[in-house]
Structure formats: C-alpha cells, structure tokens
Design a protein around this ligand. Structure first.
Ligand SMILES: *C/C=C(C)/C=C/C=C(C)/C=C/C1=C(C)CCCC1(C)C
Length: 238
C-alpha cells in the first residue's frame, strides 16, 4: 500500500471524507460563534450557550482527528466517534436539564437522562465494535434506552413540567422534544446502515448509503442546530 500522511488529498468523489472535513470546519466555526456571543447573552441563558460552545468545541477536536483517521485508513473512526458522543451527549443532557430547570426540574432528572444516554451509547458501541454479530440485539438495547429518553420528554416528567410553565419555556421544551425525536432519530438509521448484512447490506451498497455520512449529518443537526435553537431562545426572551 502506498504511504499516506495527514495531508492526503480528498478525492472529489470521496463524500465521506468530505463530510468529515466540512464537519471539522463547521464545529470550529460554531464554537467561535457561541463563545463570542457569551458576552451579550442574558444571564439566564449564559450557561446554556456556554455548554453549546463546549459541545461543538469537543466535537471539533474529535472531527479533526476522525477526518485524518478516515483519510488515512478509509475506515470508520468508530472508537473516536463514541469517545466524542460519550462526552457530548451527557452535555446535551445538561442542556436539556438547564431548559427544563426553568420549568422547575430537579437535578434527579439530569442524572436519569445521563444514565439512559450512557446505556444507549455503550450498547451501541458494543454492537458496532465488540459484538458485531449481535449488532441487532445491542441496537435494540440501545434503542430501548433511547425510547426511555424520548418518553421522559414526550409524556413523562419533562412533559408534565412543561404543562405548568410559561409559554416561552413551553416553546423551548417543544423544540427540545423535536430534537430528541427527529434529531437523535438520525443516529439509529446510521447504525442500521453500518451494521447491515445480507440483502439489506446489498441494498445499502446499491444506494450508496453510508453510516459515517448519516452520523455526520446527525452531529451537525444536533450539536450546531440545537445550539443555535438555544441561542435563538436566549434572544427571544429579553
Ligand atoms: C452529538 C452526538 C449525539 C447527539 C449523539 C447521539 C447518538 C444517539 C442518539 C445514538 C443512538 C443509537 C441508537 C438509538 C440505537 C443504535 C445505536 C446508536 C448508539 C447509534
């Protein structure tokens, strides 16, 4: 095999590498934006915007690494993907908590969200990297933890708190629900493609479906998109 290095060029038809490149850039740009906007964000929302910036910053560092890993090996950076998620998803739970706190949530809710998200991620990693033959089983476990989170926001604790809160907070919780259902819902699709076998594998191949592209889109939507929604909410309240 020819020797490759960090400066390996991205071939024009290498869409996977391209989305890692764009992802790196977008996460960096978003971090700069969130950090610089901190100074003129109202006190009530400052921690939320700060956490948004920390999330995109952590992702920028991982994307930088994943981008070169993928270029050099032409493989999925599974391990670093999950290291990134294990750091950023609990931080997203902190974001969710900070919003629901405005509706009166207790810190116990934060721990439940973090606990469920860690189960979701560890099971996903197990299916993708350790016990690939049982990917369906681990995907199911991960999916159950995910539905637990969806349930808390949609019908459970968070929904109950939302009912009794101000219209502005209700609006915030409503967008939170959309991100948990639609935004986070992108990831299981990536998993289905990445762990495909048999006829389903052929289908994914024929349609050029790629796990990393789906995950990269998910990260852009959830890390940058949700951060911007939080930012917009922080402006609509003053
Ligand atoms: C910034 C990164 C985020 C918000 C990552 C979120 C990841 C998920 C919601 C992953 C969910 C999964 C399932 C629900 C089942 C299959 C395995 C996973 C881990 C891809």
């Amino acid at each position: 095999m020819e020797h490759l290095n960090l400066l390996t060029v991205i071939k024009p038809d290498n869409y996977v590498a391209f989305t890692f490149f764009i992802g790196t850039m977008a996460m960096m740009a978003a971090s700069v934006f969130f950090f610089f906007e901190l100074g003129n964000t109202s006190k009530d929302w400052r921690t939320s915007v700060l956490v948004s910036g920390i999330i995109t910053f952590i992702a920028a560092v991982h994307y930088y690494y994943m981008r070169s890993y993928n270029l050099e090996t032409n493989d999925s950076p599974v391990f670093f993907r999950y290291v990134d998620w294990l750091l950023t998803v609990p931080l997203m739970c902190v974001e969710f908590y900070l919003i629901t706190k405005k509706a009166g949530a207790k810190v116990g809710l934060l721990w439940k969200l973090i606990f469920a998200s860690v189960i979701m991620l560890v099971a996903g990693y197990w299916g993708e990297a350790v016990a690939k033959k049982e990917a369906a089983f681990w995907g199911l476990i991960s999916g159950l933890a995910y539905f637990w989170i969806v349930w808390m926001v949609w019908k459970g604790e968070v929904a109950q708190l939302s009912k009794a809160s101000s219209p502005a907070v209700q609006k915030a919780i409503d967008s939170l629900l959309k991100f948990v259902v639609i935004g986070w819902g992108i990831y299981p699709l990536g998993y289905l493609v990445g762990t495909a076998d048999g006829q389903w594998y052929e289908f994914c191949k024929n349609w050029n479906l790629n796990m990393d592209i789906i995950y990269n889109i998910g990260d852009a939507v959830n890390k940058i998109g949700f951060g911007l929604v939080v930012y917009a909410l922080s402006r609509s309240e003053d």
